[in-house]
Design a protein around this ligand. Structure first.
Ligand code: FEA
Length: 158
């Protein structure tokens, strides 16, 4: 039997040089192991714990992407349109899985782990590196995700 894939870990070399974004990414790296642990358990609170992870993911795909996109737009980042497209595609997949799960297809939640791993490899470790040196602590909104989402001024069109 094939051994399971090792968990992906955030390491200093993945830093994009912006504290708030690095903290978002570090939190995101913790989602998959957390979810796997919950799925492997027979905890009576399992469904409540899964729901908490789904809430975290929902907030993340709204708030983190908004944080990056606003900052990239402010510096006229040349790859912005492609970057937004990638965010939108991932967010759409996450939302579809969550919706399906909440409609009763409980097994679909198992597809989140591989999706997250793939995103870490193909986006955080690659595409997000493209703005290294362009974004700084000074030109990125450092508020917690939940505050970014609550701010009506953040309803920007990209
Ligand atoms: Fe371009 Fe950052 O997005 N990372 N995530 N997730």
């Amino acid at each position: 039997m094939a051994s399971p894939e090792p968990m992906l870990e955030w390491t200093e070399d993945l830093s994009v040089g912006v504290d708030s974004i690095d903290e978002d990414h570090q939190a995101f790296f913790r989602v998959e192991p957390m979810l796997e642990e919950i799925l492997a358990s027979s905890d009576s609170a399992r469904s409540m714990l899964i729901e908490s992870v789904l809430n975290i993911l929902e907030e993340y795909v709204e708030g983190h992407f908004l944080r990056e996109q606003q900052a990239l737009a402010a510096i006229d980042f040349p790859g912005l349109a492609v970057h937004i497209k990638a965010h939108d595609k991932f967010a759409e997949k996450v939302r579809a899985i969550i919706k399906d799960y909440r409609q009763g297809n409980l097994a679909v939640v198992e597809s989140l782990g591989p999706l997250i791993s793939d995103w870490i490899t193909n986006h955080i470790k690659t595409m997000d590196r493209q703005y290294l040196g362009l974004l700084t602590n000074e030109n990125v909104d450092k508020r917690p995700l939940v505050c970014l989402l609550d701010d009506p001024e953040d309803d920007l069109e990209f």
